[in-house]
Write a protein of this length. Structure first.
Length: 563
């Protein structure tokens, strides 16, 4: 009971803490964006005001304008360097904040560069608001802890324990053989349902016990006459049963051992490839990048920080879409339209980091003279981070495969689980199998936002089996199209490959256990059979249609209503 109380308290506290922190971050983000917009307008206005005194080399007037702005409270620091007079003001704040961007303006008049202005916005409003929200957060957490403690003490300990005490006492009587004493009702609907089941069980046991006693009395003489004969038959039966069990175990182990390597090949291959990539990065690339980073100037440092930050955000998990073949070309075209030449190498690295959607932020930072070197360093770091996630996901998938093979021998397949986002789950599987598909297979996806309920591990095994079979059928060179769409209240997941197709004479056998067309050691013939059992356990269906050049597997599952 104490563990339940602690768990409830921790869940409530963590939930409120998450909501408050999320709210704080959202508020600060929008306040910072508004502050940035305001300061941008202020910087433009100041640049216009300073044109005349800078053009006339009136340094005193320029300083008075700057002092007036610095005393307004909205600006924490000003730096102004005149082309003619040098630095006229250098009042930079002791620290800056990542969310508050420094406003930099080049002051020109009729093509003549007059100076450079840097404005540092004041963060006092953000700091004060953040501090107030943090104090509110602490007060709410304390209130939740106190409320949970009081509620658990009053409701759980004083009421529930009393009910459980009476039920336990009644169960103790039943355990001693007193089946005629039913348990008393507690007044709680959920507890009374347990009491009703226990009473019915007790009555059933009592009736069966009386019947068995009567039958036993009648059979005593016959049992005595046939004891020796039965003992001999039982000994023979036990021996035969043991031999059959051992034979069955040996047969199952022999069949499973031939296919376990195949079933685990994909996650283990992903782990091996990712580990090799990480090893190459730490052994070859990282020492050189560390040395190069020490020699980077401020511009290169800002570019590297921005690339690493954006790349890590896009590659922190495996649910995002894989870069398509045309992504690098689109990035290169954007770079060339911005005035950069020979951008193919940079574009390839940016595509590998999944940064095609962040070009507006990255292009202004380019032009350092060492762009290719900086982008390559960032790409290596981001890919190394993604490889660690691939290893984590592959390890989990490997354990799920072993569990699935073991569960094949069980009469039931577990489907308990939570809500599954199908596009996100299939994208994660594609990322896991990226090394298998990237060398010659072209994968196109068309996903609609659909969710189902069930076991993520079980359904992931279905997607992995179908994708691996399609890749092997195409000899890892061809086109695979995956779609997720809603149809008549069902989630329809389709996998279409450009392989040679399934021969008509074996199409009726592909879902049978141990049926396989692969060579010895490449597969056990349990993949599609397990897929069919998993899908049917989720109240769905799997079917296919095949002809030379196109095979489509369709999996339909009950879809949850749209949010």
């Amino acid at each position: 009971m104490a563990a339940v109380n602690r768990t409830s308290l921790l869940i409530s506290t963590a939930t409120i803490l998450f909501v408050l922190i999320s709210s704080l971050m959202v508020m600060i983000f929008f306040m910072a964006r508004d502050l940035d917009s305001t300061m941008s307008a202020t910087a433009d206005e100041m640049s216009s005001v300073l044109v005349v005194p800078l053009y006339n080399i009136d340094d005193d007037q320029t300083r008075r304008i700057l002092e007036t702005m610095a005393s307004s409270g909205r600006i924490s620091g000003i730096f102004l360097e005149s082309t003619m007079s040098g630095v006229l003001m250098d009042k930079k704040p002791p620290r800056t904040y990542p969310l508050i961007r420094t406003q930099v303006r080049e002051i020109e008049y009729r093509g003549i560069k007059l100076g450079r202005l840097e404005l540092y916005p004041s963060a006092s409003l953000l700091v004060n608001v953040g501090g107030g929200i943090i104090l509110t957060m602490l007060a709410v957490i304390v209130a939740v802890v106190v409320a949970n403690v009081l509620a658990n003490r009053k409701l759980v300990q004083n009421r529930v324990q009393g009910v459980l005490g009476s039920i336990i006492a009644g169960l103790s009587e039943i355990s001693r053989g007193n089946y005629r004493q039913p348990l008393s009702r507690s007044g709680y609907e959920d507890m009374d349902s347990i009491v009703r089941v226990v009473n019915e069980m007790s009555e059933s046991i009592r009736a069966k016990s009386e019947q068995l006693t009567e039958v036993n009395l009648r059979l005593e003489e016959r049992v005595a006459e046939r004891t020796k004969e039965l003992e001999s038959a039982l000994r023979d039966q036990a021996l035969l049963q043991e031999r059959l069990i051992e034979s069955g175990k040996l047969t199952a182990l022999g069949q499973l051992s031939a296919g376990i390597a195949h079933e685990l090949n994909t996650p283990l291959g992903a782990i091996q490839s990712s580990a090799r990539t990480l090893t190459d990065f730490f052994e070859r690339s990282l020492p050189g990048y560390v040395g190069a980073a020490r020699g980077f100037g401020p511009a290169e440092g800002r570019l590297l920080d921005a690339l690493v930050e954006a790349g890590l955000a896009e590659n922190r998990d495996l649910s995002g879409p894989l870069p398509e073949h045309g992504t690098a070309r689109r990035i290169a075209a954007a770079l060339e339209s911005a005035g950069f030449r020979a951008a193919d190498e940079i574009a390839a690295s940016l595509a590998e980091m999944r940064l095609s959607g962040s070009m507006d932020r990255i292009i202004p930072l380019l032009g350092t003279g060492r762009d290719a070197e900086v982008v390559q360093a960032a790409a290596e770091m981001v890919v190394a981070r993604r490889m660690t996630e691939v290893i984590n996901e592959s390890t989990r998938k490997g354990a799920a495969v072993v569990s699935a093979i073991r569960s094949y021998l069980s009469p039931q397949i577990e489907t308990e689980g939570g809500v599954i986002d199908l596009p996100e789950e299939i994208s994660r599987v594609l990322t896991l199998m990226h090394n298998m598909l990237k060398h010659g297979s072209s994968v196109r996806t068309r996903f609609s936002p659909i969710k189902v309920k069930g076991s993520s591990d079980r359904l992931s095994q279905v997607w992995m089996n179908i994708i691996r079979n399609a890749a092997q059928a195409m000899d890892f060179r061809g086109e695979l199209e995956i779609t997720v769409e809603r149809e008549d209240g069902l989630a329809l997941v389709s996998f279409a490959d450009s392989g040679p197709g399934i021969p008509p004479e074996i199409q009726g056998s592909i879902f049978k256990p141990f049926f396989t067309t692969k060579k010895h050691g490449d597969g056990l013939g349990l993949g599609l059979d397990i897929c069919k059992k998993i899908v049917e356990a989720h109240e769905g269906a799997i079917r296919f249609e095949s002809r030379p050049g196109r095979t489509v597997f369709n999996v339909s599952l009950p879809a949850l209503p749209p949010a």
